[in-house]
Design a protein around this ligand. Sequence first.
Ligand SMILES: NC(=O)c1ccc[n+]([C@@H]2O[C@H](COP(=O)([O-])OP(=O)(O)OC[C@H]3O[C@@H](n4cnc5c(N)ncnc54)[C@H](OP(=O)(O)O)[C@@H]3O)[C@@H](O)[C@H]2O)c1
Length: 259
Amino acid sequence: MKIVVVGGTGLIGSKLVKKLGEHGHEAVAAAPSSGVNSITGGGLADALKRAAAVVDVTNSPSWEDAAVLKFFETSTRNLLAYGAAAGVGHHVALSVVGTERLLESGFFRAKLAQENLIKASSIPYTIVRATQFFEFVTKIADSSTEGNQVRLPPALIQPMAADDVASALGRIATSPPLNRTIEIGGTEKLRLDELARRALAAFRDPREVISDPHARYYGIHVSERSLVPDNDARLGETRFEDWLTQATKPDANAGLRRA
Ligand SMILES: NC(=O)c1ccc[n+]([C@@H]2O[C@H](COP(=O)([O-])OP(=O)(O)OC[C@H]3O[C@@H](n4cnc5c(N)ncnc54)[C@H](OP(=O)(O)O)[C@@H]3O)[C@@H](O)[C@H]2O)c1
């Protein structure tokens, strides 16, 4: 199958392109650096010729409220319009578990707008809502850092490895469209404050994590279950502890250090 991965140079996209290729598919990594731009439409018509499926794993360069909404609306409209013209039979998009519970944030309002455009289009689709990636945990900590302290709520979270996200997307993109939203998540529910504490300790990051029920997640008030999927979510395979033992500190400035 020819599958176009839009955002194919990103964290999830690059893993997905590799996995699809290993399974004998023609996987095209579409991104501005490969001459395909979902905002301007440049290169899209050519990239989508003969494509059976499109997987949208783009992300906005800016998460400022207006910019991120404009990015996901414009990019999704273009992908759907060019996809329909090319006869694409399956539009797969990666979204986030709990999006409708996180609308205090402009980022999640933009993801909901993306989902609604897909549902309203004529192209058969599958929307895949994933939980937070393990690779994203230190960024969550960064967003809640003041001085040497990271203040996070003990909300439940069921994070998963980016590798497992890519595997799930690969299986879904090569299967018939479901025309609905499905959820994927990690093997275990953890507490957000504890998760950050374990990640920072493993990366020998000196910041202290303070548990605070009133603290926010990326500027959003979250309740006990805001971030966790329903019980019928498809689960990844990798445990956080196992991932931590082979992960490298995701901080280019500090250099890559073994945990
Ligand atoms: N972080 C999480 O925990 C989490 C959880 C669930 C779902 N998600 C969702 O997962 C998706 C992918 O995340 P990620 O971390 O893999 O993203 P990422 O590493 O930031 O990659 C984003 C990709 O989008 C591409 N891109 C940006 N502007 C583009 C444009 N105008 N046209 C075409 N491609 C463009 C980038 O290309 P360049 O490399 O050329 O810039 C890059 O390939 C996001 O939509 C996010 O909402 C994230």
